[in-house]
Design a protein around this ligand. Sequence first.
Ligand SMILES: NC(=O)c1ccc[n+]([C@@H]2O[C@H](COP(=O)([O-])OP(=O)(O)OC[C@H]3O[C@@H](n4cnc5c(N)ncnc54)[C@H](OP(=O)(O)O)[C@@H]3O)[C@@H](O)[C@H]2O)c1
Length: 275
Amino acid sequence: MSVTKTVSFIGGGKIAEILISNMTAKAVVDPSGLTVSNPGKARLDDLEKRFGINKASCNRDAVEKGDYVFVCVRSEVASTVAEELGDMDFSGKTVVSISAGIPMKLYRDKLKNVSVVRVMPNPPSKIGYGAIAISFGEEVGEKARKDIMEIFSSMGKCFVLPEEKINILTSVTCPAPVFAFCSAIIQSSVLLGIDHATSEDLVFHTIRGCLKEWENNPGQMSKLLTETSTPGGISVQQLFSLDKGTFNGVVKQTYVDGWAKSKDFGDRILKSLEK
Ligand SMILES: NC(=O)c1ccc[n+]([C@@H]2O[C@H](COP(=O)([O-])OP(=O)(O)OC[C@H]3O[C@@H](n4cnc5c(N)ncnc54)[C@H](OP(=O)(O)O)[C@@H]3O)[C@@H](O)[C@H]2O)c1
């Protein structure tokens, strides 16, 4: 495969690995075009061995080698990285910010001549079933938009939206509350007397069946709920119990809290940029 784009990663942790493994497996970027910088050198050796990526000597070296610079450090570290790269010229390069909650303004203010894209791929992106939020800065050109869409479409369904909405998708696409709900159903089955292994299998097949029904009836959630709720029956009784336990309120609060946490990272950075 010819190298039509080069991608560098600042931070070679979990999300960088998810992105690298997809890009190489789906052949959207040749490994010879991938470069990673990371403080832990053993981690770099490991990524080189498994994916054939190039090791950068430092973050600045990684920037020099990539048309696309994916910033994959934890949110608390993003400002330090932006400061460190402040005197470099980013003309012709695009920063792809992956760190949760970090506003594009951080990179626009700190880096010279930069184009910025903010992306939030959720963990199932690893297996090609991601729900991926993408926000393009106005300055991002057509080729970069096409390249970014090609890279992330290989990891799942992309949702392009304005930056002010991205914290919402960051919360809504988190798998943890979904797994917690599945786990609660498993625990209920165990409570009623079914063994653990059978309970997990039972719940997996129940949820898989529900998802398949939903896939076959897109946009029809109300219809699906009505169809599965026989008047005076067991499901209606269960829905009544969920109402009594303020299920809807708890779920909504969960996602509002996730959104607020993500927004908080950004608000703190925006405040520091005002100083
Ligand atoms: N994990 C996910 O599925 C996922 C999905 C979407 C978005 N995100 C976001 O992506 C960000 C990173 O998450 P993660 O799960 O990948 O965290 P992680 O596994 O802790 O990876 C962060 C990496 O950054 C490195 N690092 C630390 N300081 C650095 C510096 N100054 N320059 C370059 N690299 C540095 C760390 O190296 P050392 O370990 O050697 O210090 C580590 O390898 C977070 O903001 C997270 O919210 C994660």
